[in-house]
Every structure is written in structure tokens, then in C-alpha cells.
Write a protein that binds this ligand. Structure first.
Ligand SMILES: [Zn+2]
Length: 303
């Protein structure tokens, strides 16, 4: 049943105008339809806005953190850029991160935060750049060992170290340093040998002196006074160390006045009162007697 909205008069189903007050019932329907349409449009607009906001959300969050990061320095900026990357990955942010990390005093520590956040290729190139930069810094500070350390690290990231700006200079400096080190080592070794030999000379002198004192012959100072006339035994020679055996063997030549090319022996035998240098004796083994030759071979076999 249809009634007039204006006067409550009962109307027929198909009746448009009220027969009492003349009200147009079609207006009603129109109003209803308009309201429906408005609601539908509003809902549609809201849905569109929601979709747009949703799809832009990552960009909005990203640019928020980029802005925050731009205003900070070093570590704080890096943390904001990491959040920006987390919202949305972009080369722009990666580049910003990279330049902040290069400025950082603790680049390697900062880089370690980026594992799993920055793509592997990007992270590798960041490491490479940081290592090259560190190598440069250290070269300029004359920390050549550290320079080399960073170049080696860069090498692990496929860096051709020969393309390093100061590579030739670095190699030259390293070679010079290793030469110097070698010389120092040699000098030190020489010094040590000299000290050792001096000790032996003192020991041997002392020994020779005591030995000959026992024989009552203070002038002889031989280690083995009769090594030219007696076959020595292996057993007695085993009481001497290698260096002492060298003196015992050369004592045989010294008896002939042999002039030693080795300063150590020269000094030692020159300090012996029985020693008279003789330049005509060349040290030829054929000039020795059988016993001396036998003793020399025996000593040599034990030295
Ligand atoms: Zn009416």
C-alpha cells in the first residue's frame, strides 16, 4: 500500500500525483536514489584513497627516513638509511649509505650492519670501495703495512691491486724496507757470531793454557800438543764440540805457519806464542805427514 508522504492519503499503486494535495510521489524515489548514489560515490572515493595510500605507503615511509637521515651525520644517518632501505629498496638510498659509510671513522663496523639488508653485489662493492679508500688513507699516513693489508682485503673482492693509485710507490717502499731488514738481520747475525767466537777463543785459550800447564810447558798453548806425532782416537775427540774440533784440526795447519783466510782462526792462532805465520805454506794436504793427514780426516768425520 502506497501513502502520500505529504498528507498520508491512500494512493493507488501506479498513482504518481496525490489526488488530495497534488504531491509528486516520484520525487521521493528520486531523493532515495540520489542518496544511494552519493553514498556509493563516497565509498568508491574512500576505497580509491585507501588503495593509493596503501600502494604509496612504502615510498612514504622510505622518504620519511631518507629525510631524517639527511639531517643527521655518520652512524645516526646510516641507521635511518637502513630503515629507509627496509621500507623500500632503492639505489638512491644505497648510494647515500655508501657515501656516509665512506665518511665514517669506523666504516668496517658500519658495513657489518648491512649484511642481509643491502644486496650482496651492492655490499661487495661497498666493501671494495671502503678498503681502497682505507688503503689510500694509510698510504698517505705512511702506514705502509696497513696499506698492504687493505689492498689484500680488496683483492678478495676481485680488485686488481696494480691499478691502485700508489701501487708502484708502495712496492718500491716495501722493497727498500725489506732490504733494510735483511741488512739489519745480517748485521745482528754477524754480531752474534763474533760474540760466540770470542767466547770460544777465550774458552780455548783457557783450555790450552791449562792443558799445557799440566805438561809444564807454558809456552806451547796447544789444544792437542802432539796431534802431529800421535794418531788421535775417536773417543778422545768426542769430548770436543764442533767448534772446538775446528780449532783442533786447524791447529795442525797452524803448526806449519799456515795463514788463515778466516779472521776467527787468524786472530786465535796469532795470539798463540808458538805460531809463526809462513806465507810459503799453502795448506796443501800433501805437505803434511801421514799422522796429520789421518788425524785431519778423523776430525773432519766428526765435525
Ligand atoms: Zn497528498
Amino acid at each position: 500500500m502506497k501513502t502520500c508522504k505529504n498528507c498520508n492519503n491512500h494512493l493507488d499503486k501506479d498513482q504518481r500525483f496525490c489526488n488530495k494535495c497534488g504531491y509528486d510521489t516520484l520525487k521521493d524515489d528520486l531523493k532515495k536514489n540520489n542518496l544511494k548514489n552519493i553514498i556509493m560515490i563516497v565509498v568508491f572515493i574512500l576505497v580509491v584513497i585507501a588503495l593509493v595510500v596503501f600502494s604509496l605507503k612504502d615510498n612514504i615511509v622510505q622518504s620519511y627516513y631518507i629525510k631524517k637521515g639527511d639531517g643527521e651525520n655518520q652512524s645516526k644517518a646510516i641507521n635511518y638509511y637502513i630503515k629507509a632501505l627496509d621500507a623500500k629498496y632503492s639505489d638512491e638510498v644505497v648510494q647515500k649509505l655508501e657515501s656516509k659509510i665512506e665518511e665514517s671513522e669506523n666504516s668496517e663496523m658500519e658495513l657489518s650492519k648491512l649484511k642481509g639488508i643491502v644486496k650482496k653485489d651492492d655490499l661487495n662493492s661497498m666493501y671494495l670501495n671502503v678498503y681502497i679508500q682505507k688503503a689510500k688513507e694509510n698510504f698517505n699516513k705512511e702506514n705502509y703495512k696497513t696499506t698492504r693489508k687493505y689492498l689484500d682485503l680488496a683483492k678478495d673482492y676481485n680488485y686488481d691491486i696494480e691499478t691502485f693509485e700508489y701501487y708502484e710507490d708502495l712496492v718500491a717502499i716495501e722493497n727498500e724496507a725489506s732490504e733494510r731488514e735483511k741488512e739489519e738481520k745480517l748485521d745482528k747475525a754477524k754480531e752474534e757470531t763474533k760474540e760466540k767466537e770470542t767466547v770460544y777463543i777465550v774458552e780455548n785459550n783457557h783450555f790450552a793454557y791449562n792443558y799445557d800447564s799440566a805438561y809444564g810447558n807454558d809456552e806451547s798453548y796447544f789444544i792437542i800438543p802432539d796431534s802431529h806425532i800421535r794418531y788421535l782416537s775417536k773417543e778422545e775427540l768426542l769430548n770436543y764440540n764442533k767448534s772446538q774440533l775446528g780449532y783442533i784440526r786447524n791447529e795442525i795447519f797452524a803448526r806449519y805457519g799456515y795463514i788463515f783466510k778466516n779472521d776467527v782462526y787468524n786472530n786465535y792462532f796469532n795470539s798463540m806464542p808458538w805460531y809463526y805465520p809462513d806465507s810459503t805454506f799453502s795448506g796443501n794436504i800433501e805437505d803434511l805427514n801421514d799422522i796429520e793427514r789421518y788425524n785431519i780426516e778423523l776430525i773432519k768425520s766428526l765435525e
